[in-house]
Design a protein around this ligand. Structure first.
Ligand code: IPE
Ligand code: IPE
Ligand code: MG
Length: 240
């Protein structure tokens, strides 16, 4: 059993970085790092669920990652397709066993229209299938950029003829609309930057950077990060 961690984040977000370096260090092709990274995501999501964290966001593919070789991009999309398909299959079995309430709601952030059509279809199927699941939300950022998110939100508001009366109006129109802002953002692999991830939503997120590459990231590493989170004094501009 997990040791109880006090002051857990409600929403945790992962910038899953270092897949390529993990593979290169082992003399493997970069894609093997992505494969291992996808397995790690599955384990970490399960761990978050078992801890009682309600929302997990993860950065799978950025609007800037299109600058990579096509072969690498296609491989990443292949892994995403596999991952979502597996969730859809698992979900179907679970629904048959009538434990739908324990099921994971799958959401995505980003412009899906640029993804391969069959992947887009699989994602839409997953989102539709899990729309009533409320035990846990997995929010996958693909073809996602924080600036693109803001542009998209403004265009949505303009199309709806809405005026922006408050910060919340923008929050609601973002891809993550309806989710609380991430309390805690973890970036693996040593770089200390956001790389265009959830820029609007991260205004008061606690940030955590670890040198560990994503494919090496385990439940233990997550527990260590969560201990750091629990010690932090979130002030939101107030005096305490
Ligand atoms: C993160 O790992 C995964 C994606 C960006 C898709 P990287 O592929 O960026 O790995 P490094 O940073 O090159 O090691
Ligand atoms: C951020 O990692 C994007 C994802 C984890 C999907 P990158 O590897 O693309 O970021 P940079 O290029 O190092 O800033
Ligand atoms: Mg990287």
């Amino acid at each position: 059993m997990e040791k109880k961690l006090d002051k857990l984040p409600i929403h945790i977000a992962f910038i899953m970085d270092g897949n390529g370096r993990w593979a290169t260090k082992r003399g493997l092709p970069r894609k093997m790092g992505h494969r291992k990274g996808a397995e790690v995501l599955e384990k970490i999501v399960e761990h978050c669920f078992s801890l009682g964290i309600k929302y997990v966001s993860c950065f799978a593919f950025s609007t800037e990652n299109w600058k990579r070789p096509k072969e690498e991009i296609d491989y990443i999309f292949g892994l995403l397709r596999e991952y979502i398909k597996k969730q859809n299959q698992k979900g179907q079995q679970q629904q048959e066993q009538e434990i739908k309430s324990k099921n994971i709601k799958i959401r995505t952030m980003g412009d899906l229209s640029m993804m391969p059509k069959d992947l887009e279809q699989e994602i839409l199927k997953a989102e539709e299938r899990t729309k009533d699941c409320d035990a846990f939300v997995l929010n996958i950022a693909m073809n996602y950029g924080g600036r693109d998110d803001i542009v998209h939100a403004f265009n949505t508001l303009i199309k709806q003829g809405k005026t922006i009366a408050s910060e919340q109006d923008i929050s609601n129109a973002l891809y993550s609309g309806g989710l609380p802002d991430p309390d805690f953002i973890i970036r693996t692999a040593g770089d200390v930057r956001l790389s265009n991830f959830m820029l609007y939503q991260s205004a008061y997120s606690e940030l955590y950077f670890t040198k560990t590459y994503w494919p090496d990231f385990t439940a233990k590493h997550l527990n260590k990060a969560l201990k750091s989170y629990a010690k932090r004094d979130r002030k939101f501009g107030q005096l305490k």
